[in-house]
Design a protein around this ligand. Sequence first.
Ligand SMILES: [Zn+2]
Length: 270
Amino acid sequence: MLIDTHCHLNIIIKDSFDTPLADGFEKAAQALITEALASDVTTLINVGTSAVESANCVKIAQAFPSCFATLGTHPNDLTVTWKDDIKFYQDLIAQHPQLIVGIGEIGLDYHYPQYDKKRQYAGLEAQITLALDHNLPIVIHTRDAGQDLLTVLEHFKTDTLRGIIHCFSEDMSFAQRALDLGFMLGIGGPLTYPKNIVLREVFTTVPLESIVLETDAPFLPPQEFRGKKNSPAHIRTVAHYLAGLRDCSYDEVARVTTHNAQTLFGLLKA
Ligand SMILES: [Zn+2]
């Protein structure tokens, strides 16, 4: 069995961002969950990117026992009222403690011009604090901001700080600092892209015990599905590819990465 530790079913099954799921959303979600199960993917973690989308992730988790949710506001989605999001997340955690397994995706993103660095820092720090207050792991998004991101995580390092560097796309020295912090590295479709030679070196070198699989669906499909919408079922493609790179069996990749995800998100007790 496999776990997709990072997908956005809530985004796949509707046409617009940041809008509530429409009535009857279950049908489209069920089709993707069934397709995933047929590919050995038994559990999906839907990751929030805003208050509205985080609430959608909880709705899906309420409807399907195989789905869990994380809550968070993405650095590019922090608005002037971002502090209200934190209050909203606190209320959701109180209402649905068994369905909410992490805080994310949160982080720093300097990719687009005119990003608000001060707001990104404040939003990230407040959401790390929220995670620590509730003993939840964090799902980190970082783009063109790696050194600043590591500095923030190193500042917050405690025995309970833990999480995933989602869509890992950095080099070996970054990976080592993330592992030293006790973080997992999340990998999906980009592992299979021809240009990502350094990425393949990293994922051949780091211990399997520090790797979790993710699709980021509908984004970043594996090479053979590029140009199409990604889907949680494609975790199996990533697992096979990783097994080939590491010269180990698919079963070993499945067993270890599933155990990593279950331990990190507390899924065994859920
Ligand atoms: Zn994502």
